[in-house]
Design a protein. Structure first.
Length: 281
């Protein structure tokens, strides 16, 4: 496929599947590599590199079906975006971190690098599905192929990757997509980039086409809000109330962000995302 053309629909569907976590093909990396801090999200303190006590020998979680009830809400909203199985099966060819300390150290260090690349790839893939950004599709396709190639590298190349430079380059492209889409679909949206809206009362607020990139919306009241075509990349939605909110057409909202929020059956979700099981119905 020429580099200046976006991926065909079949290729995008395949890539989209690869960007979904498949715990059955992972060696429990997130349960070991990541640290926990005792809080509302985790019942215990756990240093990075130390297995969670709930991790079984077969790399399954012993309390997977009752994580929230046992104080591990943070586990239910974490999404490696398919990095776990890629690192396990591709980067390290199915090796077990329990067999060698150096392998374990490298696997745990590589995981967040690939996760970051996969998160950016997910946003690029979404952008390719935005007809308003058609003029940017060739550039998006090139960026997507480049990131996929980077994620396919060996441990040494991944650990030496300048993540800041990659983030800056792709971030600029995604900002152009956001501006183009919002100006076409909902011009005049408010700019709340990076805003501190902790606990803000935004009930029934008209935020159509707004930029909420990186906004702090923890515990915000967004019930009944009009968020159509808003840009929510990096927005912190933990415990935000989205009951009855309209999220159709929103840009760069992830399932993980949605899982961290609250809502109900009347919340209008964008295509590709599903209602979290813990939401009121």
């Amino acid at each position: 496929m020429p580099a200046d053309l976006p991926a065909p629909d079949a290729d995008r569907a395949d890539l989209g599947q690869r960007l979904r976590a498949d715990c059955g093909r992972c060696v429990g990396l997130c349960c070991v590599a990541l640290p926990f801090a005792a809080s509302a999200d985790f019942a215990i303190d756990k240093p990075g590199g130390v297995p969670c006590p709930n991790l079984r020998a077969d790399f399954r979680c012993g309390i997977h079906d009752r994580l929230r009830e046992n104080g591990f809400r943070g586990c239910t909203v974490f999404d490696c975006r398919g990095a776990g199985q890629r690192v396990s099966q591709e980067t390290f060819a199915g090796r077990d971190w329990r067999d060698d300390a150096e392998t374990a150290r490298q696997m745990f260090a590589v995981l967040p690098v690939v996760q970051h690349l996969h998160e950016l790839m997910g946003h690029l893939l979404e952008s390719l599905g935005r007809p308003q950004a058609a003029a940017l599709h060739p550039e998006l396709g090139q960026a997507l192929e480049r990131l996929d190639a980077l994620a396919a590298g060996d441990a040494t190349s991944l650990l030496s990757l300048d993540r800041g430079a990659v983030q800056g380059e792709v971030g600029d492209l995604l900002l152009r997509v956001s501006t183009t889409v919002r100006e076409a679909a909902a011009p005049g949206g408010e700019d709340h980039r990076g805003a501190d809206l902790l606990g803000a009362d935004l009930r029934r607020a008209r935020l159509t086409g707004a930029s909420l990139r990186g906004a702090l919306l923890v515990a915000a009241r967004l019930d009944g809000a009009d968020l159509r075509w808003a840009d929510l990349v990096g927005a912190d939605l933990r415990d935000a109330d989205l009951s009855g909110a309209d999220l159709s057409g929103v840009l760069f909202l992830t399932q993980s962000q949605l899982d961290a929020a609250r809502g109900d059956a009347s919340t209008v979700l964008p295509d590709g995302l599903t209602q979290p099981r813990h939401w009121q119905v």
